[in-house]
Design a protein around this ligand. Sequence first.
Ligand SMILES: Nc1nc2c(c(=O)[nH]1)N[C@H]1C(S)=C(S)[C@@H](COP(=O)(O)OP(=O)(O)OC[C@H]3O[C@@H](n4cnc5c(N)ncnc54)[C@H](O)[C@@H]3O)O[C@H]1N2
Ligand code: MOO
Length: 390
Amino acid sequence: MISVFQALSIIDQHTTILDSVVLPLDQINGSVLAEDVFAPMNLPPFRQSAMDGYAFRFGDPNELSLKGESKAGDFVELPIQANETIRIFTGARVPDQVDTVVIQEHVEKLEGGIRILKKPAKGTNVRAVGEQIKKGELVLKKGTKINAAIVGFLAGMGIAEVPVVRKSKVALIVTGNELQEPGTELKPGSIYESNRGMLEAALENELVDLQSSVHVLDNPDATYESIKEALKADLVLISGGISVGDYDYVKEALEKNQVEEKFYKVNQKPGKPLWYGKKGKTQVFALPGNPASSLTCFLIYAVAAIRKMNGTAKIDINLKKGKMKGTYVNQFEKALFLQVKEKAGELEVFPKQVSSMLVSFTQSNAFLFVPEDVKEIQDGDEVSFIPFKL
Ligand SMILES: Nc1nc2c(c(=O)[nH]1)N[C@H]1C(S)=C(S)[C@@H](COP(=O)(O)OP(=O)(O)OC[C@H]3O[C@@H](n4cnc5c(N)ncnc54)[C@H](O)[C@@H]3O)O[C@H]1N2
Ligand code: MOO
């Protein structure tokens, strides 16, 4: 059986960044720029006043007569002469003949003019053309992850759309005869389906377009058909039916669909029967059906593949160092992903670390990663953890 690190390395080898698409600003947050961005204009595009006050020539005396005004949005061309000032407001164009703005708090109003009480240095409160960004300058590099500031910055340069790495298309399939939709009356022997809503919710935290989300019964033909349809996506997530039981049809349906197995089973708990394969450019993760196994494999492996495809992160287990609170014995000779609460680097392991249960997951914000060769962890030991956000 392969290790967690081997599994990640295989996924890495088979994952490439997606192609790009030009999208409007309201659809790019979180995506990665697919090309360098050069400023199409100077910012600011004209000399602007940074304050509400009076614009004047620095060399003039302190007593000035008022010529007119310039407010934001105006383009005034007043023939301002020596010893003249104009009323000006924040963001307004500063006419060419003047060079300095005194804030109104430092001025005494006179009949038809003003007296400057505290003269600022030459050029004060005048934003120069191109002071922020010069036209033609490289302002954002290819590969930059877009955030709210970048959206605002692009908008400020008049850019309405940019090429970004496209979101990954994901198809989700959950399998199982025993599964019933929440809200229906539970039949004897059935359980409520939890993985579909859970994985859909977890996918909302990623840059994906969920193409389809279906529940199929444990039936070879239905499983085959649903996978065939799902393979149109970049990434297929299947929950359940991947173990060795007589009614686990996922593996054979994947083979029949000519999805090439890259690995099956990882020496880990939870999530040992994780299956990973590829058909063309489409990746398939068959996640073990136990809810905690499904979610763990999704967070560790599928998210890594999605983020690499989207160009937002490299495939890396991202282990952080923390301090164990309490003790833990690893009786499995497997790598463990234990659901923990991480607070200021201290990790508390929840009880009920069972793959069929989600109760501890609901309170967790990290996995304590226990390597397969670590048998025991003592209180205060340095340990590795992987934070996650759900
Ligand atoms: N003989 C062996 N049996 C099992 C092995 C093994 O190595 N040898 N591995 C066990 C491990 S570990 C896991 S994990 C599970 C994985 O099984 P499957 O992926 O085939 O999943 P299912 O059998 O379909 O379901 C397992 C479990 O989870 C419940 N389940 C499934 N889907 C959902 C869902 N959408 N919502 C809620 N609960 C779900 C299902 O009812 C089962 O209880 O196999 C072990 N067996
Ligand atoms: O690996 Mo399974 O996910 O332990 O029950």
